[in-house]
Each structure stands twice: as structure tokens, then as C-alpha cells.
Design a protein around this ligand. Structure first.
Ligand SMILES: Nc1ncnc2c1ncn2[C@@H]1O[C@H](COP(=O)(O)OP(=O)(O)OP(=O)(O)O)[C@@H](O)[C@H]1O
Length: 276
């Protein structure tokens, strides 16, 4: 599997702290896939993302982008941040201007995109993300789900090759979550590598092609969702909840499991249940 970004033995401590947030992190993100990075609070997921866009720099070890060591020169970082988009967990940290239209145009303006091209790209992203009617609404009037979509639009308008999302579904209701996941699938289908950090094992299992599990600033496990989550004892020992679909699957009779694949959705589980 070709990787788009790698970390090699990366160590990092926040200024003024003793403890290391990344403690020799080695991992790779597969190109063209949907990857979920799981881990409990403080395992280092956000710190990894901040390294991925060059906001933080390893104290030791290396980050690689597309097979080459990352360069921290200002112009290279500017280029990197157009190719690697990061959506923060809290949209308030990301949305700085007063309306979605202005906010989405900010990155394009910074990137020096000509005015006519800027207008075309903003109209396109507002349309594809169903945000046209909110374009000139004050951001503080938007719901959390709407703010998260605007923050995503502001990153996607730069057409990154790698999209990183930190807890994109946190605090969203079921329908807003569904809508966001559909949006991510659409973005992925158009060729973007998509990576989300999440606490939601059910979502990671159902959505991802590839899963990384982090603990104490290291990557402990990686593989397909089934390969990772079938290691139930390890998942539990890391304080994570095994996905519900797999818990139900493992309680099905041996003969049903022997003749089928583990379900990735409720619909697939219901089909299996008919065999009982
Ligand atoms: N700005 C900061 N200053 C000091 N320490 C920090 C800072 N941000 C994170 N840390 C510490 O670094 C470690 C890794 O935190 P990080 O936010 O990367 O984890 P995370 O897996 O993203 O957690 P969460 O799921 O809660 O977002 C934690 O011990 C955390 O307390």
C-alpha cells in the first residue's frame, strides 16, 4: 500500500511540559484511503495532525510527505498547507471571518488565487456542500453542524490531496453526523485521501478502510477495521469500546460466522440475523 504521509520515531513535548505528547511515533497514512485514527483522550492524535501540517516540528524523528522529508522553510510550509488540509475539532478555532463566504475566500486569497477563479471555486464549494443559502449569514448565527461544514468547505476549497479531520462528528446529532459522513465519502470518491481522528469506534469500524490505534503518543495497532477491532482484549485494555456490530457478530453462532463476513452496517447485520 502506497503511503502519502509518514512519521518515523517522532518525539515531541509541548513547550513548558516534561511529558512527551509523541513518544517515538512511527506510522503511515495510506494514499487514497479513508483512515480512522483512534485513541482515547491525550493519546496524541491532534499532536500528530499538527505535525502533519508543519505547525509543530518533531524534537527528534522525521515527518515525510509523499516520500520526502518535510521541509520547514516558510514557502515549503505554505505549499504543504495547500496540499494537506486540517479541519480542527472546534470550528470556532478555524472560522475567523464573519460570514461563510468571507471565511471560505480567506485561504484562496492567501494562496494568491486570482479573483475570477476564487469566485468560481467558492460558488462551487458552497453548491456542492449545500451552503449557498448560508453564504452571507453571520457565522455566530450558524448551528454547530453548519459551522463544521463551513470549516470543512474552507479547507476543501483549496483542493488538498490529504484531508485531516480532528473529531469531525463530536457533538453532532445523528442526522448532522450522517450528512458529514456522506460529504466525506463524496470527497474521498473524488480522489482525496481522508483521515479522521475519532473516539467513536462504531464510526471508525463502519467508515474506514484502514484504522490506526494510538496510545501514549505511539501507534500501537494498524490494519483493516476487522483486523484491528477483532483484537478485543487489546482494544478494551486501551480504554476503547469495541464496535457494537462486531460485539453482536461475535455472539452469533459459529456456523453463521463461518459462512459470512463480519457486518459493516446495520443492514448487513439484519441480513445475517435472518439466517438464525
Ligand atoms: N497545548 C498544549 N500544551 C501542553 N500540553 C498539551 C497541549 N496540547 C496537548 N497537550 C498534551 O499532549 C498530549 C497529547 O494530546 P493530544 O491533544 O494530541 O491528544 P488527542 O489524542 O488528540 O486527545 P483528544 O482526543 O482529547 O483530542 C496530552 O498529554 C495533552 O495533555
Amino acid at each position: 500500500m502506497k503511503s502519502i504521509m509518514e512519521a518515523y520515531d517522532v518525539r515531541y513535548s509541548y513547550p513548558g511540559t516534561q511529558a512527551e505528547a509523541l513518544q517515538g511515533l512511527t506510522m503511515s497514512l495510506p494514499e487514497g484511503k479513508k483512515t480512522a485514527i483512534c485513541g482515547h483522550n491525550g493519546s496524541g492524535k491532534s499532536t500528530l495532525f499538527l505535525h502533519a501540517v508543519g505547525i509543530h516540528r518533531p524534537a527528534s524523528g522525521r515527518m515525510h510527505w509523499k516520500g520526502a522529508p518535510m521541509s520547514y522553510r516558510a514557502d515549503d510550509l505554505k505549499k504543504l498547507r495547500q496540499q494537506v488540509g486540517l479541519v480542527f475539532q472546534d470550528p470556532e478555532q478555524q472560522l475567523i471571518l464573519s460570514t461563510p463566504y468571507e471565511d471560505i475566500s480567506y485561504g484562496l486569497r492567501n494562496a494568491g488565487v486570482p479573483e475570477h477563479e476564487m469566485i468560481r471555486r467558492i460558488q462551487h464549494i458552497l453548491g456542492t456542500m449545500g451552503l449557498e443559502h448560508l453564504a452571507n449569514t453571520p457565522i455566530h448565527h450558524l448551528s454547530l453542524g453548519q459551522k463544521k461544514r463551513v470549516a470543512l468547505a474552507g479547507v476543501m476549497v483549496l483542493e488538498p490531496e490529504l484531508l485531516l479531520l480532528d473529531e469531525p462528528t463530536a457533538y453532532l446529532d445523528r442526522s448532522s453526523e450522517q450528512r458529514l459522513v456522506e460529504e466525506l465519502d463524496r470527497i474521498h470518491a473524488q480522489g482525496t485521501t481522508v483521515v479522521m481522528a475519532t473516539h467513536d469506534m462504531n464510526l471508525a469500524y463502519a467508515w474506514a478502510d484502514w484504522v490506526l490505534v494510538m496510545d501514549k503518543g505511539k501507534c500501537l495497532l494498524e490494519g483493516t477495521p476487522f483486523e484491528v477491532f477483532e483484537q478485543e482484549d487489546l482494544i478494551l485494555s486501551l480504554g476503547l469500546e469495541p464496535p457494537l456490530l462486531l460485539q453482536v457478530w461475535s455472539s452469533l453462532p459459529e456456523h453463521v460466522r463461518a459462512e459470512s463476513f463480519p457486518p459493516r452496517s446495520m443492514a448487513e447485520l439484519k441480513e445475517l440475523m435472518k439466517q438464525l
